[in-house]
Design a binder for this molecule. Structure first.
Ligand code: ADP
Ligand code: MG
Length: 365
């Protein structure tokens, strides 16, 4: 178990700076996700940690050892790639044994280790098969076993579920988490998929445009996004532009003019009257009702009730997505979950509806 620490890492391809002073840390035994859209620099970052690429600036530490200039084989990392990359002509056994053979480990020791790995990834009995006789998920289990057999200090995953179908992804992500916990390896796991990161990570760094936008646990990122980008990348949000008209300092309660609407919301201490702001409201935080009275019993100071008209209704399955015209330039997206979605299934286009919400995040524009 080691701590991995990345300090001020910079990487350029020609004049294109793809990593701009990245600072991240994965504590011993943690699974840390790097979450970012395609092209944000995730693979580049992981390849630098593995030693497959040289950075243009900054350092990589394993515990207190600076490994920035060590070649990959001296770093003792296990790497699992998206394109599974098993040796096609070798059996499962030989694929897993490969890293030990090139390290000239004695045969009996290899046999013991490979069997232990087969048990760990639940592929006992498959040792004689070749990769083309395995499902995608089984192939990826072999790749994980092959990465682990050398007892690496750090495990690196680059979108390991990318090529698998939805059901398999669902299953294998928890398997990866189980294996990582059982082996107590420090792991860095790269993905563009928020739900994947949320399901398995101890801690998540959001990478965007070569920078770490925010780091946090899943709950921190969801409930306290630091920028409109995060508020939309983690889950989704409605964005309304407005100007703060009044602030009750003792309560951090602001009244915000959104043009056709006025919204009350909690604001951070650095926001003040006349600031231009963006208000983010999550579709699942909005309650719908056909009557205004429905909201009257709530006397929370951040309660907002606005009237609108339904312009679109999409039955997604687990929820209904409504788009509601409230007089603002963009419609408001509202997600209705649970039993309630059957109650609102027959909403007509143009029908009047009331939206109630108490939770909104306010960003400076
Ligand atoms: P991600 O894994 O998040 O999709 P990458 O790390 O693969 O992102 O790429 C980040 C950026 O660097 C992209 O704009 C990509 O086009 C560019 N890039 C990646 N590899 C190279 C390379 N070998 N030469 C030039 N540009 C590259
Ligand atoms: Mg990539």
């Amino acid at each position: 178990m080691v701590n991995v620490r990345i300090k001020d890492l910079v990487k350029r391809y020609g004049s294109n700076e793809v990593l701009r002073k990245i600072n991240i840390e994965a504590h011993s035994g943690q699974l840390v996700c790097i979450l970012g859209p395609s092209g944000s620099g995730k693979s580049t970052l992981l390849r630098i940690i593995a030693g497959l690429l040289k950075p243009d600036g900054g350092k990589v530490f394993f515990d207190d050892v600076d490994v920035t200039n060590l070649p990959p084989w001296k770093r003792e990392v296990g790497f699992v790639f998206q394109n599974i990359a098993l040796f096609p002509h070798m059996t499962v056994y030989d694929n897993i044994a490969f890293g030990l053979k090139i390290r000239k480990v004695p045969k009996s020791e290899i046999d013991k280790k490979v069997k232990e790995m087969l048990r760990l990834v639940k592929l006992e009995g498959y040792e004689k098969r070749r990769p083309n006789q395995l499902s995608g998920g089984q192939q990826q289990r072999v790749a994980i076993a092959r990465a682990l057999v050398i007892d690496p200090k750090v495990l690196l995953f680059d979108e390991p579920l990318g090529h698998l179908d939805a059901k398999l992804r669902e299953e294998l992500k928890f398997e990866i988490r189980r294996i990582q916990k059982e082996t107590r390896k420090t792991a860095i796991y790269v993905t563009h998929d928020q739900s994947e990161a949320f399901a398995i990570a101890d801690y998540i760094y959001i990478l965007y445009n070569g920078r770490i936008e925010q780091g946090g646990t899943p709950i921190e990122l969801y409930t306290n996004p630091q920028s409109p980008f995060i508020a939309d990348f983690i889950g989704s949000s409605n964005f309304l532009e407005g100007i703060i008209k009044e602030v009750q300092r003792d309560k951090y309660l602001a009244t915000i003019d959104i043009g056709p609407l006025v919204i009350k919301a909690k604001v951070r201490g650095d926001l003040d009257v006349n600031n231009s702001v963006i208000v983010a409201i999550r579709p699942e935080d909005i309650i719908v009702s056909r009557t205004k009275d429905h909201f009257q019993q709530t006397n929370m100071e951040t309660m907002n009730v606005i009237e609108g008209r339904v312009i679109r209704k999409i039955f997604v399955g687990p929820y209904i997505r409504l788009e509601v015209d409230v007089g603002y330039k963009n419609p408001i997206k509202v997600d209705v979950y649970g039993e309630k979605r059957f109650k609102y299934m027959n909403l007509e286009t143009g029908e009047r509806i009331y939206l109630g919400f108490t939770r909104a995040t306010v960003f400076k524009r």
